[in-house]
Design a protein around this ligand. Structure first.
Ligand code: 2AM
Length: 199
């Protein structure tokens, strides 16, 4: 099966990202990712067997130790590929916790003999594939407010002619503290971010 490790988006951030996608649908053609499939990939494993899936689960257990919840802050839109056939994504700030988690995950995978796509980590949430970007810009867009991700998940990717579907195989919570010590994360009140597309 095809597998990857990703952070699930917290509910409010996912809803606001889905709203951003709906606004973008108005401005460009493309295959937009279904809201329930939005995620932030930390390591793409590719084809793996049952034994490797079990090793990847153990890697998640090990990677979460000492890593708390991870702050997600949108930085603007970006693209891979050509403007007529692009992958359009929402950039996520390279917070130290996020970088540390991705390093831990990759190290724990390697320690178990698992290989992954070793391209440098550029945190992003893919919004659309095969997107055709308009020449005139995208207008003013509302970006998701900063939020905190707590769910680190091993996903199976099921490819079909209608696009990929992602099925969670195993999830660990990024909160080592006892429940009694947990508190809600404050939200920042900034709302608009009209940063331009970066390539
Ligand atoms: P993308 O969103 O930038 O396409 C499932 O395919 C997830 O793994 C996607 O988030 C995808 O990133 C990511 N991924 C990373 N490397 C990949 C690769 N070589 N092939 C397919 N998906 C890859």
């Amino acid at each position: 099966m095809r597998a990857f490790v990703a952070l699930e988006l917290p509910e409010a951030f996912a809803d606001e990202t889905a709203a951003l996608s709906r606004a973008l649908v108005e401005a460009c053609d493309g295959r937009f990712v279904d809201p329930e499939n939005l995620h932030l990939t930390l390591a793409f494993l590719g084809e793996v067997g049952e034994a490797e899936v079990r090793s990847a689960m153990a890697a998640l257990d090990a990677a979460r130790l000492g890593v708390g919840p991870v702050r997600l802050s949108a930085t603007g839109l970006g693209t891979f590929g050509r403007a007529r056939d692009a992958t359009l994504w929402l950039g996520i700030r390279k917070d130290p916790q996020l970088l540390s988690l991705s390093t831990h995950v990759r190290e724990e995978l390697s320690a178990r003999g698992l290989s992954y796509d070793e391209k440098g980590f550029l945190p992003h949430v893919t919004l659309a594939r095969r997107a055709r970007l308009p020449r005139g810009g995208l207008g003013e867009l509302a970006f998701p407010l900063p939020d905190v991700a707590t769910r680190l998940t091993l996903f199976r990717s099921i490819l079909s002619p209608d696009g990929a579907r992602y099925k969670p195989l195993y999830t660990v919570e990024l909160d080592a503290r006892p429940r009694s010590q947990r508190q809600a994360c404050p939200k920042i009140s900034e709302r608009k971010n009209t940063s331009p597309i970066t390539r």
